[in-house]
Design a protein around this ligand. Sequence first.
Ligand code: NAD
Length: 262
Amino acid sequence: MDLGISGRWAIVCAASKGLGKGCAQALAAEGVNLVINARGEAALEATAAELRAAYPGITVHAVAGDITDPAVRDAVLGACPQVDILVNNAGGPPPGDFREWEEDAWLAAVRANMLTPIELMRRTVDGMAERGFGRVVNITSGAVKAPIDILGLSNGARSGLTGFVAGLARQQRLAARNVTINNLLPGAFDTDRLRKNFAIGAEKSGQSADALAQSRAKTIPSGRFGTAEEFGATCAFLCSVQAAYMTGQNVLLDGGAYPGTY
Ligand code: NAD
């Protein structure tokens, strides 16, 4: 299926690795020009080079830096001639016990996983509406639907973003101008972040990281972790012309792990 977005421009945040990279690759495969961002310059430049080599018909700009930094956001927006597609993403907050989190920990989580995406939407959605096309995909987490105890910072900050988006997406000045805003909720995906979690778990439990990964995969109805390619393909569909009537939704991609009917 031709997704109808060839020649569009997209910003993909936190895109040198993992789910953000999967989204960038899937959009590139559709002929979308990219501004990609991530903290580490070397990994980001490597991803940009990979994309340019694989998809010579598109333009790829790389802007390194922490997307929670206002100057980095300015640079990312400045590198994009027109923002047709915005994929919001940043690293997730650390796990822990809420008794140990003082205000600074909460502010960092809220800044990364709520305020930064809101600020990028604030600066782009009206332009999208003027031009009559816009797609925003916020990468959040399955923890928004099924909270994970030790990820309280993530549960809280991402739920704030989710509540805000539910209202914004339904503004007629956006929805009636072909601007859609949806959240994509990963369950367990095979990325560096997940592997790091198993490595930490292995140190604590004495079991190997592989054994922990295997027993976790068995708890998922699909019997495996998702791939960044699968995640990217769903993101690209949400950005397509075909998905124009889909807005304000929380799309769970978790191999069936969420146990509820709705
Ligand atoms: P990852 O660790 O594999 O990739 C992280 C990428 O994000 C890197 O490119 C890194 O440079 C970039 N990054 C992180 N923080 C950044 C920042 N502040 N500014 C700019 N770039 C930044 O992570 P992932 O597994 O792809 O996860 C992406 C998001 O999805 C995270 O918020 C994560 O918490 C969430 N999530 C992931 C899973 C999973 O199973 N992988 C599950 C639920 C939620």
